[in-house]
Ligand binder design. Structure first.
Ligand SMILES: [Zn+2]
Length: 191
């Protein structure tokens, strides 16, 4: 009987441990918080493999999913690091982007993009984004990746990259037209 109880207790402990470590949802900070306006710091390459950094990546992925977002940048969870995650099934697979650089391919022009921001509740704004970009970064294994992006992937990457430089979508909209711009867009993607 004691052995049975012990096994049960061990099982219960294991389940609690697994569930508490599997995902931690982080607090998403809102406009007005100074971290959103700071220029985020480069991630030291040797630290990418650190368990704490890998946990931060996992926590950001689960926080993004829980919030119904398609992208989330580290400054939005009050970590001033040059890192973001993005995912929008089926067009954008889960991507972890560390220390990115963007080359805006201006020849392909810009297009309107209606966006919501997880750090600006209730405001969907119409901004302009480049149609095509070249994104270079390190993935979560520390490997260097260099890709051309268009479509929704390019939009999310530009939004998240702005977060690393303290730029929010409210900055990209002319003050005079902002009121008009966020009326009527109810289902904009959150990022
Ligand atoms: Zn945002």
């Amino acid at each position: 009987m004691m052995g049975y109880m012990k096994t049960l207790l061990l099982l219960a402990t294991l389940i609690v441990t697994l569930t508490t470590h599997a995902k931690t949802n982080l607090e998403i900070i809102k406009i007005g918080h100074p971290t959103l306006r700071a220029t985020a710091q480069e991630v030291i390459h040797a630290e990418i493999s650190n368990p704490e950094f890998q946990s931060l990546i996992d926590d950001m992925i689960s926080t993004m999913s829980e919030a119904g977002g398609v992208g989330l940048a580290a400054p939005q969870v009050n970590k001033s690091l040059r890192m973001f995650v993005m995912k929008s099934w089926p067009s954008v697979s889960l991507t972890v982007v560390i220390n990115p650089t963007i080359e805006y391919l201006e020849d392909f022009g810009k297009k309107d993009s209606v966006e919501g921001c997880l750090s600006i509740p209730g405001k969907n704004l119409k901004v302009q984004r480049f149609k095509k970009i070249h994104l270079s970064y390190f993935d979560r294994k520390g490997e260097y990746i260099s890709v051309e992006l268009n479509g929704f992937g390019a939009i999310i990457a530009q939004h998240e990259y702005d977060h690393l430089n303290g730029i929010l979508i409210v900055d990209l909209v002319e003050q005079m037209i902002s009121k008009i711009n966020y009326i009527g867009f109810s289902n904009a993607p959150l990022m």
